[in-house]
Design a protein around this ligand. Structure first.
Ligand code: CU
Length: 302
């Protein structure tokens, strides 16, 4: 939902800007598409270019698994795709506006924190994040989402900027086919105490399920490659400083925002080594990106 959108993005941006880990891109244009569902697993091909986000595949399909392939066709900037479902009566414009007001008040100097939190929570209560993922410039990546509630108010959108953009409306009809995710090689759990749990050894090439078991907040997962031996303490300190930490390596894989009780499967293909799991979603109570509240965990990809 928000990586809230920016939540990831937003959040990420704020905090990441700090760490110098992330870049953002931009532009606007849309394309719409409609095709019949095949009845099997739905596949969506998404491309993000300098000119827009293009979605190739059905925009009306049965509830169940949705495999998404994302191509970042730009020469720079990571592309981030997000999928969200808005509750009845809540519009894309309201969603975007809530996030805009929330982020500008939570992360800009002299913001009104109370107002920012009110709008953040309004978005959280009216939008369900089904996840999403990123791809580096010139790269293709994939993930499997589980869109299991029939609704005509799903949106796939470009979440690589400061606010949600380039929305494509998706309509999900009555369930057909598997209503579960494919079994993954490993699992990462977001917990209620703003901590990560699950496997500490994950595949460098394979599938990772990210599930939000928390009862109070959406979360997302960034797996950032770091130098072997980097400690959780070093990461915490690095996030507080304004300079690029010496332990950061270029590779990463990330999901977009996953709301309570939701999960997704990320397909990864990255170098083996030490990684740090981080979430930068702004806490619904405090407004602080979770990583700055300690949502940091060291794991290894093999
Ligand atoms: Cu979080």
């Amino acid at each position: 939902m928000h990586r809230i959108s920016r939540t990831r993005a937003g959040a990420a941006i704020a905090a990441l800007a700090v760490a110098g880990l992330v870049s953002t891109g931009s532009d606007v244009a849309l394309a719409a598409n409609r095709a019949p569902s095949t009845g099997g697993a739905t596949t969506l091909n998404v491309a993000i270019t300098d000119h827009g986000m293009y979605l190739d595949g059905p925009t009306t399909f049965a509830a169940g698994r949705v495999k998404v392939l994302l191509e970042d066709a730009r020469s720079s900037h990571d592309a981030v795709l997000a999928v969200v479902r808005l509750v009845p009566g809540y519009t894309w414009k309201e969603y975007r506006d809530d996030l805009k007001v929330a982020f500008s008040n939570l992360f800009a100097p002299n913001g009104n924190k109370k107002k920012g939190l009110r709008r953040l929570n309004h978005a959280i209560h009216h939008a369900v994040g089904y996840g999403g993922f990123d791809a580096h410039a010139g790269e293709k990546r994939s993930a499997t989402l589980l869109l299991n509630v029939p609704s005509a108010s799903y949106f796939a959108y470009d979440d690589s900027g400061n606010l949600p953009k380039r929305p494509h409306r998706l309509t999900v009809t009555a369930a057909s086919g598997p209503q579960t995710l494919p079994t993954a090689d490993a699992t990462v759990i977001a917990k209620t105490n703003r901590r990560f749990g699950g496997d500490t050894v994950l595949p460098a090439r394979g599938t990772i399920e990210f599930v939000n078991h928390s009862t109070e907040s959406p979360h997302f997962l960034i797996l950032q490659h770091v130098k072997e031996g980097t400690t959780r303490k070093q990461v915490r300190q690095g996030l507080q400083s304004n300079s690029q930490p010496s332990w950061v390596l270029p590779e990463e894989a990330a999901t977009d925002v996953v709301s309570l009780h939701q999960k997704m499967v990320l397909h990864v293909h990255v170098p083996a080594g030490e990684y740090v799991e981080m979430c930068f979603f702004p806490d619904p109570q405090e407004g602080t990106p979770h990583a700055l509240m300690g949502m940091i965990r060291i794991v290894h990809l093999r």
